[in-house]
Design a binder for this molecule. Structure first.
Ligand code: HEC
Ligand code: HEC
Length: 384
């Protein structure tokens, strides 16, 4: 009895689907070139508990095991460059926390980019990308380096055609996106999925906060206080420090200026008092006069591994960076938080007045932000 109802129901359903012009699953014989579509496996994304929990993933590109695996291969795929020599991984090397060790990146044709290759870390929390926040989302960002003449210098359509001719990629795209016909959109989606998994949360600083974790040295601990102290702030006028945490927010453990008062986060831009160059940063995106010389605040995670520093790689060492903040901030353009006017701390506006010992301690603290498991994690390495 139950069986016949089921049969009748199935027959009705099948004819209804036929009327709608949809073939039922049983009737569909896949074309010989197209392997049967197997369901994707959701990727088990684990958000470290100390990092903000309000991340927003695009609903049209959920993370899957197959998508992330494909994205990793594409990240290291030289066929996405014009002369098959350069991949994303050429400028974003895992051992250097996904930077390239150069002041300014150099593309396939040997031409220098105007900017320093950024570290790729905890991108899941960044709604705006690049030094000026011009790219809004990893999917759109990924097209830029592929097509940019001073980076990989190849139209994405040409890259897609090259991938389609390989034996490797069509089945991987079928597994990740349900079709072995490769599209530009799916290349960008897979790259973005892989990039969202680049999570770093195991620096020695973080370990030291755990009850059983390693202890920081006296110098590192003093450097930590200098990092978090805001000497210019009301009620804190005699404190010594660099107000670093004001922009490189340590409470989010991201060490950026992205705020999480709304889901997905808001990017903030600052002028950190560098001598102005022709690259006006955020101003180039908005055209708003007050944005001249403002940049996104880069994360300080793994900062000991990502020299040279700043958007144009102008500083070679962390010591030079701290010298800048301590002695060379341009008082006319810098954010006021960097200008300490309290005569108890120092005599002149625009200088933090840290001693040589304090500067050394601040650098020692910055070095505790290195996550040595992140740079060796086999899930992020070159699969070829
Ligand atoms: C020639 C070197 C080079 C190559 C190759 C390269 N990048 Fe980059 N990357 C850069 C530079 C330089 C920047 C900073 C760009 C800017 O601010 O305008 C950057 C920035 C980024 C950012 C922004 C990170 C952030 O925190 O805002 C992402 C994401 C990124 N690249 C991903 C990729 C991907 C994916 C590929 C491969 C498709 C790739 N890059 C290839 C040099 C490179
Ligand atoms: C007013 C906000 C602000 C404050 C305060 C601040 N920074 Fe920055 N920091 C920035 C911005 C913006 C950049 C990027 C500037 C650029 O490249 O033009 C930056 C860049 C850096 C970089 C280079 C990062 C890289 O990837 O190249 C380091 C290192 C750094 N800051 C350390 C510090 C330290 C240490 C302090 C405290 C003494 C500090 N910052 C205080 C805004 C700030």
């Amino acid at each position: 009895m139950a069986l016949s109802i089921t049969r009748r129901y199935r027959a009705l359903l099948a004819s209804a689907l036929l009327m709608l012009g949809v073939a039922s699953c049983e009737d569909k014989t896949p074309p010989p070139s197209e392997p049967a579509v197997t369901p994707t496996t959701p990727y088990n994304l684990q958000l470290p508990s100390q990092l903000p929990q309000s991340v927003v993933l695009p609903t049209n590109n959920p993370l899957t095991v197959e998508g992330v695996d494909l994205g990793r291969k594409l990240f290291y795929e030289v066929k996405l460059s014009s002369n098959n020599t350069m991949s994303c991984g050429s400028c974003h090397q895992q051992s250097k926390a996904f930077t390239d060790g150069r002041a300014k990146a150099i593309g396939v044709d040997g031409i220098a980019h105007k900017r320093n290759a950024m570290s790729l870390v905890n991108l899941l929390w960044e709604p705006n990308l690049n030094w000026d926040g011009a790219a809004t989302g990893l999917e759109t960002q990924a097209r830029v380096p592929i097509e940019n003449p001073v980076e990989m210098h190849q139209r994405l359509t040409s890259g897609v055609a090259k991938l389609q001719q390989t034996a490797l990629y069509p089945p991987l795209f079928a597994a990740a996106f349900g079709s072995s016909t490769i599209t530009e959109e799916n290349v960008l989606k897979a790259l973005a999925q892989f990039e969202r998994t680049l999570i770093s949360s195991n620096s020695r600083y973080e370990q030291s906060l755990l009850p059983t974790g390693p202890k920081l040295t006296q110098d590192e601990l003093k450097g930590k206080v200098l990092f978090f102290n805001h000497p210019g702030e009301a009620g804190n006028t005699s404190a010594r420090g660099g107000s670093c945490d004001h922009c490189h927010n340590g409470n989010t453990f991201l060490f950026t200026s992205t705020s999480f008062t709304t889901p997905g986060g808001n990017t903030q831009y600052f002028n950190n008092g560098l001598a102005l160059s022709s690259d006006l940063g955020r101003f180039g995106v908005t055209g708003v006069a007050s944005d001249r010389g403002k940049f996104r605040v880069p994360s300080l995670r793994n900062i000991a591994l990502t020299a040279p520093y700043m958007h144009d790689g102008r500083f070679q060492t962390l010591e030079e960076v701290v010298d800048h903040y301590n002695e060379h901030v341009d008082a006319n353009t810098a954010d006021p938080i960097l200008l300490v006017s309290n005569p108890q701390i120092n005599g002149s506006l625009g200088a933090l007045g840290l001693t040589a010992t304090e500067k050394r301690q601040l650098v020692a603290f910055l070095r505790t932000l290195t996550d040595s498991t992140f740079i060796k994690d086999p899930r992020f390495s070159n699969p070829f």
